[in-house]
Design a protein around this ligand. Structure first.
Ligand SMILES: Nc1ncnc2c1ncn2[C@@H]1O[C@H](COP(=O)(O)OP(=O)(O)O)[C@@H](O)[C@H]1O
Ligand SMILES: [Mg+2]
Length: 333
């Protein structure tokens, strides 16, 4: 493993145990996040992006359960394993090592506390800061994320702010303990295009200042193309293509990545177009097709093979692609 890996996910499986059967929302994800990089996770809605991200901080509620796999965080004081971590370690890791922001800021902001008191609490929980010092930090952070008049806004309640300002406040809170990794799950999806661009710029600035890594989850390839160093394409709970963003975008190898990009022909000009029609629909995860789960929708399907053989990860350039087309043993079988 290269020395610059911050977070390593191996064969992660998170299922929802329902009466009618298991929903395999995450079904064997392998990924790495390097220090300081932006990794974009892309894929159509329902492919398991959010459940995967929430699994990292163990924020999946029952009947969701992590069934297996390993999540290793490489901290300054050595590696820690998060799947088996106790509550004490998890509390320490949340905010200080890994912070998370969501599409809907109200999911992480309390309605009944001021923005400032919530940041103060986060700072004091993790660092030996006095009240006055923590409040100064809160005002600094609000200023840093571009909230005007931070001395006043620090005492505002979330409902007193606009959607874009609330998103900024949530980012300020997430950064209060200077995490090494920020997980942002569709952070700009609910915002208008102008505010979206501002928030993406803000994240890029903060990343440079703080040297933090960002895992950016988005269904929007245009957003990913704008900011990502690396890219992981997810389909039905698995990563099907993973590697340097520029390679994945300029010469996609997995038929699913190719279809995603075709659905968005002019990257750059149509930078914020939503992903649209790919042949067929994402099947529900309890009806996961056998073999390669993408085969019913795939234009390049190998008859008699893709329906039955689960593709391995094979290296292609600097990428990993899970597709029989690139697996010589299979193609020659
Ligand atoms: N609480 C839940 N109970 C049952 N199924 C769930 C629950 N949460 C998510 N899922 C299922 O897990 C799959 C992955 O969901 P999600 O990670 O939210 O997808 P994405 O973020 O890629 O849009 C979906 O099929 C979804 O229906
Ligand atoms: Mg999601």
């Amino acid at each position: 493993m290269p020395a610059d890996v911050l977070l390593e996910i191996e064969d992660l499986r998170t299922h929802f145990l329902l009466e009618d059967g298991d929903v395999r929302a995450v079904d064997g994800v392998d990924l790495r996040v390097r220090k300081g990089e932006t990794l974009a996770i892309v894929g159509e809605s329902g492919c398991g992006k959010s459940v995967m991200a929430r699994s990292i901080l163990r924020l999946v509620d029952p009947p969701g359960r992590i069934m297996g796999g390993r999540i290793t965080l490489h901290r300054g004081d050595g590696p820690v394993e998060l799947v088996g971590a106790n509550r004490k370690l998890l509390r320490q890791v949340r905010w200080r090592d890994i912070a998370m922001v969501f599409q809907e800021p109200m999911a992480s902001l309390s309605l009944v506390h001021t923005i400032g008191s919530q940041i103060v609490e986060a700072v004091r929980l993790h660092e030996n800061a006095g009240k006055a010092e923590a409040r100064r930090r809160a005002i600094d952070l609000l200023d840093r994320v571009g909230i005007p008049m931070p001395q006043r806004r620090v005492d505002a309640y979330p409902f007193e702010l606009s959607g874009g300002m609330r998103q900024r406040a949530m980012i300020a809170m997430a950064l209060s303990c200077r995490p090494g990794l920020l997980i942002a799950d569709e952070p700009t999806t609910a915002l208008d295009v102008t505010t979206q661009a501002q928030i993406l710029d803000l994240l890029a600035d903060l990343q440079e200042d703080l040297g933090m890594a960002i895992m950016l989850i988005t269904h929007d390839l245009g957003v990913a193309a704008q900011v990502a160093d690396s890219m992981a394409v997810m389909y039905l709970g698995r990563v099907v293509e993973y590697g340097p963003a520029e390679q994945v975008l300029s010469a996609p190898r997995h038929p699913y990545t190719q279809a995603l990009l075709r659905s968005m022909p002019r990257l750059g000009r149509a930078a914020r177009t939503r992903l649209t029609a790919i042949k067929g629909m994402v099947p529900p995860p309890y009806a996961r097709p056998g073999g390669c789960a993408f085969h019913p929708r795939c234009d390049s399907v190998l008859a008699g093979r893709c329906e039955t053989v689960t593709p391995r990860r094979v290296p292609v350039d600097e990428r990993e692609v899970s597709c029989l087309l690139y697996d010589e043993q299979e193609v020659n079988a």
